[in-house]
Design a protein. Sequence first.
Length: 227
Amino acid sequence: MSDQRGSGLRWIGEHAYQEANGRMPGMLRGISLTAARGVDTEEFLVRLGADPEQLECGDLYKERHELAIPPDMGDVSRAMYGTCGAWLYVLEDTWAATWSLGYREVPEMEPLVGEEIICLTLNLGPGPSRILHAPGDDARTWQAEFAESTGRNSNLDAALHAAGAVFPTAYDGVHSQEEASRYFEEHHHDLPARVFAGIGDYCGLAIDRATVEAGTLPLVLLPVPQL
């Protein structure tokens, strides 16, 4: 069931693979999410590659096409960001989340002890959609494809299970390959919504759909890592 208030995170997953429907001032389809807590907002965005001067300008996402991109930035992801409780979130509707592309290779993006980072990257190009989780108790990042858990039996995994975002497999000791395949065929269209809902429940994170569609959150320009 959709969140009638337009908040929570389930609505993001419901529109994950929707066809583009003209140009809108904000985002709706194909959104990847990076959320972090235990971080300073500007500092974390700069670690992602943002220009501090651009952040200070206070541009809104809906104004993104009015800004000239510095030629030395290369490929750019036009993202929006906000906060909810202790969490900073970054939304991108390019093919993947910037943090997911750079956290292994760009030293500034590496997760630090004491900060928690969760990334849901759709990978609309090559590669599967993934859940990335740096819990902050060490510098490790765990990952799983959509329909899987991270295998850590963590509170995050419990939230994914509770949301129905962990699908049966032939290797779980319960289901046959035929049963697992049938379940996937029947429910895969709802999978992104379940994943986003589970992560929203784990974080207590709600993002207002109307605000995102209107593009009235702050804009951040993120250079796409050249790996």
